[in-house]
Write a protein that binds this ligand. Structure first.
Ligand SMILES: *Cc1c(COP(=O)(O)O)cnc(C)c1O
Length: 350
């Protein structure tokens, strides 16, 4: 069966242009700084996000964790949103690798209230850990691919600067955020000291993410990456795909966003399904199937039998993510399959 795979934008395959660039890439030993293709990617990436320097990392998780390690000291406290990827989905790495503790602040659509952030910053007291870092996430994954408003980022960044703290942006889907806001990514990244973004999600590269920041900071991050086993050798084959990702694939994300909207509007018309439309801002759609009296897992199992893949995210909520490898036609077909499955559950015959 040919599946319509809406589980995540991580399932995207490298494009033919990437395969060609990878095959032809000039390479060298990147730990010696001698891989010309990697050097080109890191330079391009830094320019695109308005930072002095950039570092290729093997995954978004590695990029975020190198960032936490480079911004903090053992025993520090890090402020981050309660359902942020760094806290929720990175295997407790910040505690294990950097020996820092998390101070979570609940957000609204992924955005923390600046007043709550200000209140969470520790004062000087013999009992308290030192707050050293605030992490933001844009777009916010568990909130449904929601975009942090620029004024929210600005306000939190200014609070951080006044308190002498660093701000790291988990921008795994930074280019989706920029596309949705209709701004250059630099308009977002000017409100952070460091940013991580993924080349491997909606941008379709097979492997890799970028961490960017000041030159001196990236130099320290490079050493931490080495400690974590992320020093790569002839990495130009991966960088070549990353260059195509940045030059070409950042330009087409509006298509994914339009397809997500198409899905959301289709799902919203199906009896028993609930779609919170204010969360449909980029390439994700969260659908609550509680009205059918089934779990997200049951609904997802039934969809799989009919050729649609979607991930259960909460007990009764499924997530659908659009990307380069699903077309508008695929999305229209997925809506029909979801309608059919929902109808069967509603009549107790699924
Ligand atoms: C996917 C993701 C990451 C981590 O990416 P991996 O490459 O899977 O490690 C980090 N943050 C957010 C918000 C993500 O969606």
């Amino acid at each position: 069966m040919k599946y319509i795979d809406l589980r995540s934008d991580t399932v995207t395959k490298p494009t033919p242009a990437m395969r060609k660039a990878m095959a032809e890439a000039e390479v060298g030993d990147d730990v010696y700084g001698e891989d010309p293709t990697m050097n080109e990617l890191e330079k391009l990436a830094a320019e695109m996000v308005g930072k002095e320097a950039a570092l290729f990392v093997t995954s978004g998780t590695q990029g975020n964790q190198v960032a936490v390690m480079t911004h903090t000291r053992r025993g520090d406290e890090v402020i981050l949103e309660s359902e942020s990827h760094i806290y929720y989905y990175e295997v407790g790495a910040m505690a294990t690798l950097s020996a820092v503790q998390a101070r979570t602040v609940p957000g609204r659509l992924g955005a923390m209230d600046p007043d709550d952030v200000r209140a969470a910053i520790r004062s000087e007291n013999i009992h308290f850990p030192r707050t050293s870092l605030i992490c933001l996430e844009n777009t916010h994954n568990r909130a449904g691919g929601t975009v942090l408003p620029l004024d929210n980022m600005k306000e939190i960044y200014e609070i951080a600067k006044r308190a002498g703290l660093s701000v790291h942006l988990d921008g795994a889907r930074l280019f989706n955020a920029a596309t949705a806001l209709g701004v250059d990514p630099k308009e977002i990244t000017k409100y952070c000291d460091s940013v991580m973004f993924c080349l491997s999600k909606g941008l379709c590269a097979p492997v890799g993410s970028i961490l960017a920041g000041d030159s001196a900071w990236i130099k320290r991050a490079r050493k931490n990456r080495k400690m974590l086993g992320g020093g790569l050798r002839q990495a130009g084959v991966l960088a070549a795909a990353g260059i195509v990702a940045l030059k070409e694939m950042t330009l087409r994300l509006a298509e994914d966003h339009a397809n997500a909207r198409l899905l959301a509007e289709g799902f919203a018309r199906i009896p028993g399904l609930a779609v919170d439309m204010q969360r449909v801002q980029t390439n994700m759609v969260m659908v609550d199937v509680a009205g059918l009296g089934v779990t997200g897992q049951q609904f997802s199992d039934a969809l799989l039998e009919r050729g649609v893949k979607a991930n259960p995210m909460r007990p009764t909520v499924l997530r659908f993510v659009t990307h380069n490898d699903v077309s508008r036609e695929d999305c229209l077909k997925a809506v029909e399959i979801v309608r059919d499955v929902a109808g069967r559950f509603a009549h107790g015959v699924a």
